[in-house]
Design a protein around this ligand. Structure first.
Ligand code: ADP
Ligand code: MG
Length: 606
């Protein structure tokens, strides 16, 4: 049999390695920024075009490289940072695997210019797909400038896998922030095409965070500071009242390297327990200083997942330190947070008493008679699907899964024989109760209204006919540079949804009109949430995207738990709910309507 095994050429091996290190433009950005920091730069400029797909440039003022090092730096496993495997355990640099430059050069066209301070001439090296095209002396400032063009030019499959420019730019901004936050002593700049997204002069940590996330952050931050034998912890947590619905700014750094660690995240969340409503996420910027021997950053090529030797102890330290910080700043729950429990009465244990809702009957009212006189005036928008006349919600209730057939028949007979106007009772400013034939139905008011707002919005989006209200006083809203970039990218969708919005000066918009369902007080809230969502949104589907935005708008617009509702309002809400195409499930897949039939009630009395 002939021999089959052969060694892969370097270029192929590098391309394969690149698959692990360079997944997208943002991963190249991360590696290049880290190299600049390791080189001791005090100023780092990142320039990207087309979200890094065609062009990435990093300029640093670091120590530069000699002629030979320049050539060596692109070899695989070529590094100046470690000599032996043990060195990993005393490491204070970002890089050490010596793979990044080799990987990037395997999948892009790279040009590097570099000069150490004590040399007069620098080196310029061009390399494409692992092949050196040229190396010559050149005039160049002290430090290093590296350009990465046409990433994945030689691997079309990977290039096609990249997401939209917005999504890829978002990834780049994420990486940029993760590097810029822990290094406030370095001046960072990020330029995308012609616009400068960030200019972060040297500053303290708090100022750096504020420069990145906007002035509003200053009042949100509470310092954390704890020293223990195994680790030092410092940084900031966000005051609970500023916590967000969407996972926003949550950063852990171990020895100034951004890390992800679900277990430590839980430690922070547990310290916030009782202070945050379900589904609200704390903000934190926490820095762990720990002996490198006690962590293993080597478990993943991108080095964001790390293992700690004493994870349990670290968990406790973090939890305690965060609690301590919260306590020191006298942050106690000031709001009466309602827990949003599911109303699940059929499961009641034996012997539990149910208080009957006081139902008064208006015998003069007959919904069917009403219909015969002609339809009640119902706005078109309240019946988005057009498929179900709102007045038929009584019959719709017959579809309720818990109702069995005999009950249903009895019920219809009953309604026709003793026509009464439905009476609604509001319980706990949260649920709407009404009798239903021989049973009882309970509706979660907030979820119901969210569902209604959402379906209305989706229907008008489909018809391209969004009702909008002009504001009497247009509102100007300013953003941080990166949030403004997100808002800019969202403009078409915002307009589609009924916002009359325009750019206005630097990092500012003016809102002249808003969707009909929205209140003017909620403009900032909804824009913030849409921005957060955008940062987290990694999908590519246009429909999913608009749907997610509509959900956010619906949730902000909807009637909340805790709102007292009058008879007419409840009547209207229930009408509209049953005109929806999915009245039973909330936007988060939870129940909106619960039915309790006579049998269930009887059972509870046994
Ligand atoms: P690693 O960072 O893991 O050592 P890289 O492939 O990222 O591997 O870089 C290889 C080597 O090139 C580094 O060890 C460093 O000596 C040198 N190098 C890379 N970028 C720079 C830079 N911006 N300034 C100075 N030296 C650099
Ligand atoms: Mg490196």
């Amino acid at each position: 049999m002939p021999d089959l095994i052969h060694l892969l050429p370097d270029s192929v091996a590098n391309q394969i390695a690149a698959g692990e290190v360079v997944q997208r433009p943002a991963s190249a950005v991360k590696e290049l920024l880290e190299n600049a920091i390791d080189a001791g730069a005090d100023q780092i400029t990142l320039v990207v075009r087309d979200a890094g797909k065609t062009y990435i440039q990093v300029i640093d003022t670091g120590k530069g490289m000699s002629e030979t090092d320049t050539r060596m730096s692109f070899e695989r496993h070529a590094t100046s940072k470690i000599n032996t495997a043990e060195d990993i355990f005393t490491l204070h640099t970002k890089g050490f695997r010596g793979e990044a430059l080799a990987s990037i050069a395997a999948v892009a066209q790279v040009e590097l210019r570099t000069r150490p301070e004590d040399e007069e001439l620098g080196t310029c090296l061009k390399i494409e797909g692992s092949t050196v095209k040229s190396q010559e002396f050149c005039n160049t400032p002290k430090g290093t400038r590296i350009e990465v063009k046409n990433l994945f030019y030689n691997i079309p499959a990977r290039r096609n896998f990249l997401k939209s420019d917005n999504v890829e730019l978002r990834h780049i901004i994420d990486e940029f922030q993760r590097v810029a936050i822990p290094h406030p002593d370095i001046h960072f700049t990020l330029i995308n095409g012609k616009s400068e997204l960030f200019d972060l002069p040297k500053a303290g940590l708090r100022q750096r965070i504020v420069n990145i996330f906007g002035k509003k952050f200053n009042e949100k931050l509470v310092p954390v500071d704890e020293k223990t034998p195994i680790l030092k912890l410092h940084g900031f947590i966000g005051k609970p009242e500023f916590a967000k619905k969407t996972r926003g700014e949550q950063f852990f750094f171990a020895n100034d390297r951004f890390i992800r660690n679900g277990y430590l995240h839980k430690a922070v969340c547990s310290a916030f327990e009782g202070l945050l409503q379900d589904g609200i996420h704390p903000t934190y910027f926490l820095f762990l200083e720990i002996d490198p021997a006690r962590i293993d950053v080597n478990i993943h090529p991108t080095k964001t997942e790390i293992k700690f030797e004493d994870e349990k102890a670290i968990h406790i330290i973090i939890r305690t330190a965060v609690k301590h910080a919260l306590g020191q700043y006298n942050i106690a729950p000031t709001l009466d947070f309602e827990t949003d429990q599911q109303f699940n009465m059929p499961e009641l244990p034996k012997g539990t008493a149910i208080e009957a809702p006081g139902i008064t009957v208006d015998p003069t009212f007959n919904p069917f008679e009403d219909r015969r006189k002609g339809p009640r005036p119902v706005s078109i928008s309240s019946n988005p699907s057009g498929s179900r006349p709102t007045q038929d919600w009584e019959s719709l209730m017959n579809d309720l899964p818990e109702l069995d057939a005999p009950t249903r028949q009895q019920e219809q007979i009953e309604i026709q024989e003793t026509p009464t106007r439905k009476h609604f009772t509001q319980v706990g400013k949260k649920y709407i109760l009404t009798s239903h034939g021989s049973g009882l139905i309970m509706i979660h008011q907030q979820r119901a209204h969210e569902r209604i707002c959402f379906e209305r919005l989706m229907a008008s989006l489909e018809n391209k006919n969004i009702p909008s209200q002009q504001l009497l006083f247009p509102q100007n809203i300013s953003f941080s540079a990166s949030d403004f970039q997100v808002v800019q990218s969202l403009m078409p969708q915002l307009r589609e949804m009924g916002f009359d919005i325009d750019e206005f000066g630097t990092h500012e918009v003016v809102v002249n009109g808003i969707p009909l369902t929205l209140e003017s007080n909620d403009i900032q809230v909804v824009l913030d949430q849409l921005i957060e969502n955008e940062k987290d949104f990694r999908g590519n589907e246009k429909e999913d995207h608009l749907q997610k935005m509509a959900q956010i708008l619906a949730k902000v617009s909807a009637i909340k738990i805790g709102k007292k509702m009058e008879q007419e309002e409840m009547h209207h809400l229930v009408d509209e709910l049953f005109a929806c195409s999915s009245p039973y499930v909330s936007l988060n897949g939870k129940p909106v309507i619960i039915n309790l039939n006579l049998e269930d009630i009887d059972k509870s009395f046994n």
